[in-house]
Design a protein around this ligand. Structure first.
Ligand code: ARG
Length: 475
């Protein structure tokens, strides 16, 4: 049995088999009700369901089905129901399956037969397709803001530590030196793409499905332009069968969040490594770490670990919906009801992870001594040594080999790379001269990396300024 996340849901309260009247002679089985209901989770669509119904009622006035007085009565009834749900005082009934029936039946109970006119020329199939789009429109706006907030935290953290050097890693082996700010700005770029993907999803989703009915519209012709205006859609779906069975927008949403999750998981992994004593570049605040029930010394990065772990459910939700939809015959099939739990779970997961990361970064500290010690490892500048030879005319492949031999020599002699004497270097290549010492100046080495996108401090400063301005604007 599901755990209901709204206190006012009554299991099998009354036998109000609204949809079965006429066609069925037996009541639905208790097991069937529990199996098919979606009210335990789709109650979250109530505001959007009502928003859709308010617009639909206007279209019914235009189609001559409702009078303006009747519409006003419906509007008043729906808004009263909405207020009651807002206050968590509304008793949802599992026997009524879903949010659409719960609201409609209650409306009819409150305002009588006028309420029974509302569902004219509409099906729950186009209703739910609309509700989910309206819901996701808001959810995406919120997620995009949360992504921008995390970007702001990354940029501000990077600004506060703009002169910290750390080793950059490939294969988790020390590779070349970078600025910590450059490393963090990589995540800012990633989050910008996440926002872009959410925005693309919003753009493609911006089509009104209402008016498609159950599968083929209705003999009562609704003014869909009016509906689109009322509900602020830029476009109208052009095929009623596609409109009621399409959940591409939900797949795109889940896919955008799966990729976002992958990004947060990578950031998590960096944080987990950095707070370990082995790396020791970062310290998280007490507020954002957890203790061990056994080992008194522990301060664990559980937020990052859980986020890395929760990426599994973000991927799972995407796969679950893709699998649900694959092989569905045209048009609506009940399988599609499975879309909502996946969507809500991914939304909840991402929208909890983003703000806690923001908070955790704001309160984190860099262990400057540890970062400096790691970044000063001269082995990080082995490629720079090869570049030195290239600038003196040696083809890069040969320079690579020469430096490889020098690195081996350093290991054999157990000395740091910059401690090999000029004499020893010249035995391997006569191109080395006294100025080779300068290669091992860390700050100069990073400052020389001037190509667009490379970590020279001037570039990083420029990019920080770019992001500060870009993120100042509302998103
Ligand atoms: N609760 C249903 C869903 O989410 C609404 C549509 C039901 N349509 C139907 N023909 N039973 O998909």
């Amino acid at each position: 049995m599901r755990s209901y996340d709204y206190a006012g849901i009554v299991q099998n309260a009354v036998s109000k088999d609204t949809m079965r009247k006429g066609r069925f002679s037996e009541e639905a089985s208790t097991l069937l009700r529990a199996y098919t209901e979606s009210i335990s989770y789709d109650w979250r669509l109530y505001r959007h369901d009502i928003q859709g119904s308010l617009a639909h009622a206007k279209a019914l006035v235009a189609a001559g089905i409702l009078s303006e007085e009747e519409r006003l009565l419906i509007e008043k009834g729906l808004l009263a129901i909405q207020a009651e749900i807002d206050r968590k005082e509304f008793a949802f009934d599992e026997a009524l399956e879903d949010i659409h029936m719960n609201i409609e039946v209650e409306l009819i109970r409150r305002i009588g037969p006028v309420g029974a006119k509302l569902h004219t020329a509409r099906s729950r199939n186009d209703q739910v397709a609309l509700d989910l789009r309206l819901y996701l429109r808001e959810a995406i706006a919120k997620l995009r803001k949360q992504c921008a907030n995390l970007q702001r935290s990354l940029v501000s953290f990077a600004s506060r530590h703009s002169n910290i050097y750390i080793p950059g890693y490939t294969h988790l082996q020390r590779a070349q030196p970078v600025l910590l700010a450059h490393h963090l700005l990589a995540y800012t770029e990633m989050l910008a793409r996440d926002r872009g993907r959410l925005n693309d999803c919003m753009g493609r989703m911006d089509e009104l499905p209402l008016g498609s009915g159950a599968i083929s519209g209705s003999t009562i012709v609704l003014d869909r332009q009016l509906l689109a205006r009322e509900l602020c859609f830029s476009r109208i779906t052009q095929n009623s069968m596609d409109a009621v069975s399409d959940r591409d927008f939900a797949c795109e949403f889940l896919s955008a969040l799966a990729i976002l999750g992958m990004h947060l998981s990578r950031l998590s992994e960096d944080i987990i490594l950095w707070v370990s004593e082995e790396f020791g570049f970062l310290e998280l605040s007490d507020q954002h770490t957890t203790g061990s029930s056994l080992m008194p010394q522990k301060k664990n990065p559980d937020v990052a670990e859980l986020t890395r772990g929760k990426t599994g459910r973000l991927y799972g939700n995407l796969f679950s919906l893709l699998t649900t939809l694959k092989g569905l015959p045209m048009a609506y099939n009940r399988d599609i009801q499975e879309d909502k739990e996946a969507v809500f779970d991914s939304l909840d997961t991402a929208s909890m992870a983003l703000p806690i990361f923001e908070e955790m970064l704001d309160a984190a500290h860099v262990r400057k001594d540890r970062a400096a010690a790691a970044a000063s490892d001269p082995i990080l500048l082995a490629t720079d040594l090869a570049d030195y030879l290239v600038l003196r005319g040696l083809p890069f492949r040969q320079a690579h080999e020469v430096v490889g031999r020098i690195v081996t020599m350093a290991f054999q002699l157990s000395v740091p790379l910059n401690q090999i004497s000029l004499q020893q270097l010249r035995v391997i290549s006569p191109l080395f001269e006294a100025d080779v010492k300068e290669v091992f100046d860390l700050q100069q080495a990073v400052a020389r990396r001037l190509a667009i996108g490379a970590p020279a401090p001037t570039n990083v400063e420029e990019r920080l300024t770019y992001w500060k301005n870009a993120l100042r604007e509302s998103v």
